[in-house]
Design a protein around this ligand. Structure first.
Ligand code: PLP
Length: 301
């Protein structure tokens, strides 16, 4: 259970954790976010996640709310105050609080920073990975800057809701050329019949997934071939294996697409191998890590 949430310089009890109604995140989805896995008391791939957060902020010309070491301190405090050993930490940064206007506030206002931590049960995710998940496909409905991790998630919510209504757990978007872009909250992968791993190359149509990147490193460490190449729904249906990647799932096998079984309809061997080897390759930084020069520094933006 989440007990304490960090909001703009204060660690507040859950029910008191609020931002203003004129916060631009609430009014205009003018905000970005990150989700980082907490595994066995360490942050998984935090450096890559924070690098992507800084890039998302820079693409939207939002100032970072604090330095990276200070943000790591806030995450550590939030995780510890919520006694999370395994779970996730969520960061959101909006452009800040200002009377509603399409134009950016001038002069700029301080960005809003929210950090919360939540426990998960790793055994439940592992159990899902043993079985594999079902997904559906649907036309792409999102904007043309999916490379920025913004909170503008309504198309993703609608897609997930539709998947849920069809007893599936993820939806893959399909572009106008019939090629799969990515999942509503994950990157999409297949293993073709010659054993090549395929995932769409990075451009504005997909989020540069951190897990995607680390899975590429994991595949290289196992001598597997990865091709950043787009694939169609028909190719996915004909694949030897399919899977999704995201921080909260790492590597999650897909066994059914649009009601059709993939290969034997059970998680495939490469997918299992990647899932097992992921932790060895990912970066783990201890949650308690605080650079000593920060000890007496003020963290409020
Ligand atoms: N693609 C989308 C649209 C996502 O929302 C996410 C995660 O939230 C991902 C891909 C996977 O990214 P990551 O591996 O960094 O969690």
């Amino acid at each position: 259970m989440t007990r304490v949430i960090y909001v703009n310089g204060r660690y507040l009890p859950y029910h008191d954790a609020k931002v203003h109604v004129e916060d631009r995140g609430f009014q205009l989805a003018d905000a970005v976010y990150e989700v980082i896995e907490v595994g066995d008391n360490s942050l998984v791939d935090a450096t890559r996640h924070l690098t992507r957060l800084w890039r998302s902020l820079s693409e939207l010309s939002i100032s970072p709310p604090m330095s990276e070491p200070a943000l790591r301190h806030v995450m550590g405090q939030t995780i510890r105050r919520n006694r999370v050993r395994n779970g996730l930490v969520y960061l959101q940064v909006s452009r800040g609080e200002s009377p509603r206007d399409f134009l950016f506030p001038d002069p700029p206002v301080p960005p809003t920073l929210v950090c919360l931590a939540r426990a998960t049960i790793p055994a439940q995710v592992d159990q899902r990975a043993e079985t594999g998940i079902h997904i559906i496909t649907m036309p792409e409905t999102r904007w043309k800057r999916c490379d920025i991790k913004t909170v503008m998630l309504l198309p993703a919510c609608l897609a997930k809701q539709q998947a849920h209504a069809q007893s599936a757990s993820e939806a893959w978007f399909v572009d106008a050329e019939g090629l799969i872009t990515e999942g509503a909250s994950s990157n999409a992968w297949i293993v073709d019949r010659s054993g090549r791993l395929l995932t769409r190359p990075l451009d504005n149509t997909i989020l540069p997934g951190i897990t995607r990147r680390t899975v590429m490193d994991t595949a290289a460490s196992l001598g597997l071939v990865v091709e950043e190449s787009p694939f169609t729904v028909a190719e996915a249906l004909d694949a030897a294996e399919a899977f999704i990647t995201s921080a909260t799932n790492t590597v999650m096998p897909v066994i059914m697409i649009d009601g059709q079984r993939i290969s034997s309809g059970t998680p495939g061997p490469l997918c299992r191998q990647l899932r097992r080897s992921f932790a060895r390759v990912a970066e783990h930084s201890p949650v308690g890590y605080v650079p000593s020069k920060l000890e007496n520094q003020a963290f409020a933006p």
